[in-house]
Design a protein around this ligand. Sequence first.
Ligand code: CA
Length: 214
Amino acid sequence: MFKSKVALFVVGVLLFALSTTAVFAATDNQAPTIVDVNPKTMWANFPTTITIDFTDQGSGVVQCTISENSSVLWTSPTLTPSLNGSTNASLSFSPGVHTIQVECKDNANNLSVPLQLSFAANNDTQAPTTALTAPSSAVAGTNTTLSATVSDQETGVNYCTLKENGTEIWNSGTMSPIATGTLNINHQLLLTVIYMQLITFKLTENVLLSIAIN
Ligand SMILES: [Ca+2]
């Protein structure tokens, strides 16, 4: 009788141990890892989209932060828990050297090892280049479609406007910065003036072009 009670007790202890082990196995003790942060360099006074790539085991990443000198510059919204994903921040930096620290946490509040990124934020002082690719000339009073190439190796072209004798007749709106690309001006222009100007610029810089009207 005593032996059977001892046996039941032992079985009970074993079952408790097994269930406790199962609970522990479901607990996430694994901190997320920040795989990469891009870009590695930023221009000064220019909004940059920073992409944070992360992985996790267990509960999944739910939030990331970017801080500098212990002050938080940006906090992501609460993310859908993800074991392998990314999130984007938009930040603008003053001129000079910056060291930012990126951290992510999972749904069990495990904090990643911080990833540090140092870079010198410089002002973009080079104006973009642009060239009209069509047409090289036009006949006054006819509808004409313009296209142009734009190029900028620093912050990129993010806004273009077309002026006719100083009056804006078309603009691109704010675009994702273009390093090199073709700008299609989907606008039929009625050319009735002596010349037209295509102006591309970012920040306060601009360049001018003109086409001959015959
Ligand atoms: Ca985890």
